[in-house]
Design a binder for this molecule. Structure first.
Ligand code: GYE
Length: 328
């Protein structure tokens, strides 16, 4: 593995020592070079994730981070990885936009002997040795938490028999977050005779796209009981469209809006009741990646797959104090 070698002047004055000019001995320090291919900047969650990675993999912590924003295109991610390989980085960190299509580029990284750490979303490959570790959320579990909450809520409202019309706005199709969260809802629809999916559209994890698809859906003037959005941005876009069309969004006598991420913005909508449930998805993954790299540097064993613990917030229990105490 190559290391970027730099000369760092001793910060002796900061440490309280002063040397006569010209007498400071330079210190040889090595930075670990990490190429990070990020999905894009499509959501508040993503921005918090990027910040967490930048903070953990910074120069003061011994890293040089080469950051690439793929603007939601897998092709851009493949190009970035190829360039990281050419630059002979020490590690590649990849947040893969979708689960498929990675075998050949990751084979190139493997042949160049560069470990690949997957963060946030995972991949589907026949050869698991193409990546060294994965750290991210358990998206199926997040989806199951959402449908269990919905089930319990409807039971409390005595609505287990009446027809329940659900609009489903999905995240970027083929991404781990979409596959897990959609899978849980689709299973629940299959197992509840009264739950009906009246629309299922791709919102691409953005507020703008969700607004656009929801605007079309409300034109059909249907009875809408639940809108299941796969992130906060989509929930906000859907709520904009619903409210413009005259729908009320709340758990008591309006549309029940379910969201994922629990970013500050989403939780504020939960506080005012327009989002009924917000399932947490923790973007602060930088420190976990740094821990994996330092274990690998020391030759210590690592867990190949790690899931971050997450919880949920609903409009009944959320408070301003909870929101203020959160980092994103
Ligand atoms: O929920 C969404 C983002 O992959 C968990 O991507 C991530 C998702 C997150 O754009 O807001």
């Amino acid at each position: 593995m190559k290391r970027l070698t730099i000369w760092v002047a001793c910060m002796l004055t900061l440490a309280g020592c002063t040397l006569a000019p010209g007498t400071a001995e330079p210190e040889d320090s090595e930075l670990i070079v990490v190429g990070f291919s990020q999905v894009g900047a499509e959501s508040e969650w993503r921005v918090a994730n990027t910040e967490s990675m930048r903070a953990a993999l910074c120069e003061a912590n011994g890293y040089e981070l080469i950051y690439d924003d793929a603007r939601q295109e897998q092709e851009n991610q493949i190009r970035a990885i190829r360039s990281f390989i050419q630059q002979d980085v020490d590690y590649i960190v990849l947040s893969p936009i979708t689960e498929s299509g990675w075998s050949s580029i990751l084979q190139e990284a493997k042949s160049a002997d560069i470990p690949v750490i997957l963060v946030d979303r995972c991949i589907e490959v026949a050869d698991e040795s193409l990546y060294t570790a994965y750290i991210g959320s358990d998206f199926s579990k997040e989806g199951e938490m959402a449908v269990q909450w919905l089930d319990a809520q409807l039971e409390r409202q005595g609505r287990t028999k009446e027809p329940l019309n659900i609009v489903h706005i999905q995240g970027t199709l083929g991404s781990s977050a979409q596959i897990g969260r959609s899978g849980a809802l689709e299973n629940a629809v299959r197992s509840h005779a009264n739950w009906r999916l009246i629309a299922q559209e791709d919102g691409d994890f953005t507020r703008a796209k969700a607004y656009e698809v929801m605007t079309d859906i409300v034109k059909k003037d249907a009875q809408i009981d639940v809108v299941y959005c796969e992130n906060d941005g989509e929930a906000l876009g859907a709520i904009d469209a619903l409210e413009q069309a005259g729908y009320k969004c709340n758990v008591w006598d309006g549309v029940i809006v379910v969201a994922f991420d629990a970013t500050n913005l989403g939780l504020n909508y939960c506080l005012d009741g327009r989002i009924s449930l917000n399932v947490e998805c923790n973007p602060l993954q930088g420190p976990y990646v740094a821990d994996i790299i330092s274990a690998l540097e020391q030759g210590a064993p690592i867990e190949k797959v790690q899931h971050i613990d997450e919880t949920l917030f609903d409009c009944f229990t959320i408070t301003q104090q909870i929101i203020d105490a959160r980092a994103y």
